[in-house]
Design a protein. Structure first.
Length: 530
């Protein structure tokens, strides 16, 4: 819905832009339309002609858009794909999408043809034939064009605000503290078949592979876990019941993370007190867990519950807390820190696959090659998959935010370009219509700089009116984007100031060329113009 809204805003800006250009063209054709009316053509026939021209223009653009969309259909899936997993959806040809595109083409053709068609209905035959399409009408006579320019600027401000918020959100996510060190951590998945490696054998296989991987030159440490950190909410939540306490409802849920030994060392998660899970936590040893401070505060109301016991639903028995690790965002960078407990895989093995985390100091490609050899030496029928780094895993967890930031920036840039084209078209047309007036001003002693400032001032006034309309609209619509933002509010003043400044600069650039052209008008040529 967000992406459809972004595309819809750009489409509205484009429609306003084309309508503005057609309005200017229609104003030039006033004499032609007056002559047709004088020869007996009905007004609705003139309107139908303008609609036909607009629809023909829309169909040409729609055909080009369908071709572009067909060849660029895999762009968005490519942004969501990863080096170890294909895109979650395919952009195959869909007749329904084609029909919607054709319907959108027709509606946009009707939409941007409304303004010139309405203008044509108000043409007076005598005035049109006497005026001859010339005169000194400036921006003050282009009321419809002015309103469309103001609308374009307002919509462009909305787009720029949205782009700024999404880009800043993505930057905030990348800069946020996650509680562990993802650098130089290599990930791969090993998925042994449950029939050959049942619950009583699978833990031994993983421990052998962990030991041999740790012995590879260039490997600092190795471990494994049921799911990698920041795996898009794939962690299981369980009901935790501290001994002697009753916790009801959803408030008893905590993240349950099943890990191998050396996990905290490999992932760079500090142990604040107590100890980490290691070889002492064998299947025959008492069940041990490491929890984070949020877990301790949430369930035990104190910072150091080492030695306390609790139970987990599902008949898993009692667990004793042996250590406290630092807080971190383990399942999602967007959500706040959650209560989490880390259990030893050896004390609760499960058949199926796990993800290995390997802290490396050497060349990743060479280490991966040696790991494959180690796996084949353990079982020639096994193979590692989904090879990536923890940094890439984090990037995948932010794929939605990255997609929104990229597309919002692209749409924002396109909206700004369209607004500049619209402003330039209206101002350039006004300058052309005011050639005689400008020539008289120059002949009477007006300096070129004052003439340029006169045109540029009118341009900035239009932009200012658009900003005055766009800012309240952006503040009103900001509540719909709040759930997508992180680390800032929808009315972020810096983002709004940057959007307004960008529009002001773009408007000044769009109005500069017509203003410069007006300053160079030759008085003699201008006076002969009429």
């Amino acid at each position: 819905m967000v992406l459809l809204s972004l595309a819809g805003l750009v489409l509205l800006i484009a429609c306003a832009n084309v309508a503005n250009l057609l309005l200017a063209k229609s104003a030039v054709r006033q004499r032609e339309i007056g002559l047709r009316l004088a020869l007996g053509a009905g007004r609705w026939r003139i309107v139908r002609q303008l609609f036909t021209e607009g629809l023909l223009l829309a169909c040409m653009a729609g055909f080009a858009g369908v071709l572009f969309g067909y060849f660029a259909r895999n762009t968005i899936p490519a942004l969501l794909a990863t080096s170890w997993r294909p895109s979650p959806f395919e952009a195959a040809f869909d007749p329904r999408v084609l029909l919607i595109s054709l319907g959108t083409t027709f509606l946009t053709g009707v939409l941007f043809s409304l303004a010139p068609a309405w203008q044509a209905r108000r043409v007076e035959v005598n005035d049109a034939l006497q005026d001859g399409g010339r005169g000194t009408a400036g921006l003050s006579k282009l009321r419809s064009g002015k309103l469309l320019v103001v609308l374009q600027v307002a919509l462009s401000l909305l787009r720029l605000m949205g782009a700024g918020l999404f880009v800043k959100t993505f930057a905030n996510f990348k800069a946020a503290s996650i509680g562990f060190n993802p650098k130089r951590v290599l990930l791969f998945k090993l998925d042994p078949p449950p029939a050959r490696y049942p619950k009583d054998r699978v833990a031994g296989l993983f421990e052998q592979l962990q030991e041999r991987t740790s012995a590879i030159p260039g490997v600092r440490s190795a471990t494994f876990s049921l799911q990698p950190l920041l795996a898009r909410g794939l962690w299981w939540a369980h009901r935790v019941l501290p001994s002697g306490q009753k916790v009801a409802g959803d408030r008893s849920a905590a993240l349950d993370i099943l890990i191998g030994s050396h996990f905290f060392e490999t992932m760079g998660i500090p142990i604040l007190c107590g100890r980490a899970l290691d070889g002492r936590d064998s299947p025959d040893a008492p069940r041990a867990v490491v929890v984070n401070p949020e877990f301790a505060r949430y369930f035990f109301r104190r910072e150091n519950p080492v030695g306390e016991t609790f139970t987990i639903n599902g008949g898993m028995g009692a667990y004793r807390i042996v250590g406290i690790c630092a807080d971190g965002r383990y399942d999602s960078q967007r959500d706040p820190v959650k209560p989490a407990l880390f259990r030893s895989f050896a004390q609760g093995p499960r058949p199926g696959g796990v993800t290995f985390e390997v802290k490396i100091a050497g060349d990743a490609a060479g280490i991966v090659k040696q790991i494959r050899q180690v796996v084949r030496s353990l079982d020639s029928d096994l193979a590692i998959t989904d090879v990536r780094t923890q940094t890439e895993q984090m990037a995948d967890a932010l794929s939605q935010e990255r997609l929104l930031a990229a597309l919002a920036s692209a749409f924002g840039a396109l909206a700004l370009i369209l607004a500049c084209v619209g402003i330039y078209g209206v101002v350039a047309y006004a300058v052309a219509r005011r050639t005689g007036e400008i020539g008289i001003r120059v002949a009477l002693g007006a300096e070129p700089g004052r003439v340029s400032w006169m045109i540029l001032r009118e341009t900035l006034l239009l932009s200012g009116a658009g900003v005055a309309m766009g800012v309240p609209a952006a503040l009103a619509l900001g509540r719909f984007t709040g759930s997508f933002l992180y680390g800032l509010k929808p009315n972020d003043p810096l983002t709004m100031a940057a959007a307004v400044l960008g529009l002001a600069v773009a408007s000044a650039v769009a109005g500069y060329l017509p203003a410069r052209q007006a300053a160079r008008v030759d008085p003699m040529t201008a006076l002969r113009h009429d």
